[in-house]
Design a binder for this molecule. Structure first.
Ligand code: GLN
Length: 240
């Protein structure tokens, strides 16, 4: 089996360790004998259906978000990403990436940036920065990460949050929700990198990607996650 990871705007949207998620997906697949290719998809790059088995879209500063928002709106990439998610292709987006997959992101200064309306959410920059370790409860169990954003994301009524904040700010520091999940696509504010400390989520993305690609149930081989569990627990024991 093989897996193609689509790294969306990795050259300009990759802050706070987010590239670690690409490394984690790659390694956890390779450790199971699955061949992995990472396809960088940035400004001006073309994307066709079935080219990518799982997408990753990291966080970035407002300046990069301006350019990326324009690219998503003016090339077919935004439409193709939405269509791929509709057919079940998994996606993980974090912070700045997550914001651009919603309805819009209104920065502190400058014009509103339209999103591709994948997630039924919208984001408004705020004067406070929400920074620190974050712990949530979700369908994947307890997830830990690190957040650093001024954007406050609010869920529209049809939206499903990724989880409930136990410690930290989450989407907006007000309603105790964190992130959003739609089909096999996830948006959240959990940098860190997220996946190395939350192996069950990493494996869920890999498993879903292979099931959609090969159109059959996939059982991933067991991996010894003792180091990952230690990294996870180190956050919970200090901040939980
Ligand atoms: N510029 C956005 C915000 O501050 C996203 C930052 C990020 O990706 N960490 O909310």
């Amino acid at each position: 089996m093989n897996l193609t990871v689509g790294y969306l705007y990795g050259d300009c949207m990759n802050i706070y360790g987010d590239t670690g998620n690409i490394i984690c997906l790659t390694k956890r697949a390779q450790w199971r004998g699955i061949e992995v290719k990472v396809k960088n998809l940035s400004i001006g790059d073309k994307l066709k259906s079935k080219e990518v088995d799982v997408f990753f879209f990291g966080g970035g500063q407002d300046l990069a978000q301006n350019e990326v928002a324009l690219d998503l709106q003016t090339t077919s990439k935004g439409k193709v990403i939405k269509a791929e998610v509709e057919r079940g292709v998994p996606l993980l987006s974090i912070c700045g990436g997550y914001q651009l997959l919603g309805y819009y992101y209104q920065p502190q200064n400058g014009p509103k940036l339209p999103g591709i309306e994948l997630f039924p959410v919208f984001t408004q920059a705020s004067s406070e920065r929400m920074i620190g370790n974050i712990i949530i409860n979700s369908q994947f169990g307890e997830l830990v990460g690190f957040e650093n954003h001024s954007g406050k994301t609010f869920l529209k009524k049809q939206a499903t949050p990724l989880g409930k904040v136990v410690k930290g700010f989450g989407n907006n520091g007000e309603d105790k929700t964190e992130g959003c999940i739609y089909k096999n696509a996830i948006g959240c504010y959990m940098h860190g990198s997220l996946l190395p400390k939350n192996p069950a989520l990493a494996d869920w993305l890999i498993q879903r990607a292979l099931e959609v690609k090969y159109q059959k149930p996939i059982e991933l081989n067991y991996l010894n996650d003792s180091l990952e569990k230690q990294a996870h627990e180190s956050v919970v024991s200090r901040f939980g």
